[in-house]
Design a protein around this ligand. Structure first.
Ligand SMILES: [Zn+2]
Length: 258
């Protein structure tokens, strides 16, 4: 049976009641579902398959049934996720080998820590640095975009060009957006777009303001009073570091080269 599920960076560790641990990474579209023997479900990761779907589903890649009738399903429409089973004694070395950076929802994550991590990646676009799990662990594409948006930093700004004030804003934005996202189970998406909440069970999951919002008026610019007369700047999408990236070209301007 499953005795505990914990998270290290973006890796999940599933402990079993024998000296065996499953390490898995859900990547961009993976989902872990723990169906307990009383029928209740604990679901994490991507919203699809939907919470009430019959499992296994066509997206199910791995499932395991335990002697107490619990079942674990690993679902992934995109097939990027991985699962590895190992002896409990090998877990520490396996996790260390991944070289994860600090956990942004842990107490040790400060603006100074973020500054030091970014300083090691000064020649890279800030968004690319944030997605590097050895820089900060656990920030994915959605939360990198939302953090940069809140901090008003262009995703292509080189990490080494940020001053301490900007890094403090970015730190505050990362902590702030995760404090909104984690308690509600993450942002609700429909494909690549922000999804409206229709089920009361999803309350609070429609908080995205940049990621998945192409063509929407920028809420920050509107609050700043820009574009009075109906021409509020719109959120745009570009590809940065190979990932679809959403930002406001007005309040996240790239400084002009000197
Ligand atoms: Zn804006």
């Amino acid at each position: 049976m499953v005795t505990a599920i914990s998270r290290v960076g973006k890796m999940l560790l599933v402990s079993l009641d024998r000296p065996v641990t499953l390490a898995l990474h859900l990547k961009i579209a993976g989902q872990l579902v723990h169906v307990r023997n009383d029928g209740t479900r604990i679901l994490g990761g991507h919203p699809y398959p939907l919470a009430g779907a019959d499992l296994p589903d066509t997206a199910t890649r791995v499932w395991m049934s335990f002697t107490n009738a619990d079942t674990l399903f690993v679902n992934d429409q995109r097939r990027f996720c991985w699962v590895r089973m190992m002896h409990r004694r090998d877990v520490e070395g396996f996790v260390e080998g991944h070289g994860y950076g600090p956990d942004p929802i842990g107490p040790a994550f400060s603006a100074e820590v973020l500054a030091a991590r970014l300083a090691l990646r000064r020649g890279r676009p800030t968004k690319v640095a944030l997605l590097d799990q050895t820089c900060v662990a656990g920030i994915g594409n959605i939360y990198a975009d939302e953090s940069l948006y809140r901090a008003r930093i262009h995703p292509r700004r080189l990490a080494g060009t940020l001053d301490l004030g900007e890094i403090r804003r970015l730190h505050e934005a990362i902590v702030g957006i995760l404090a909104v996202a984690v308690p509600v189970g993450g942002a609700l998406m429909m494909g690549n777009r922000r999804s409206a909440v229709t089920d009361p069970a999803d309350a609070g999951r429609d908080f995205l303001q940049a990621h998945g919002c192409p063509g929407d008026p920028c809420a920050q610019c509107r609050d700043d009073g820009k574009g009075s007369g109906g021409a509020v700047p719109l959120i745009i999408r570009e590809v940065v570091g190979g990932r679809g990236t959403y930002f406001c070209p007005e309040c996240q301007k790239l400084p002009t080269a000197r």
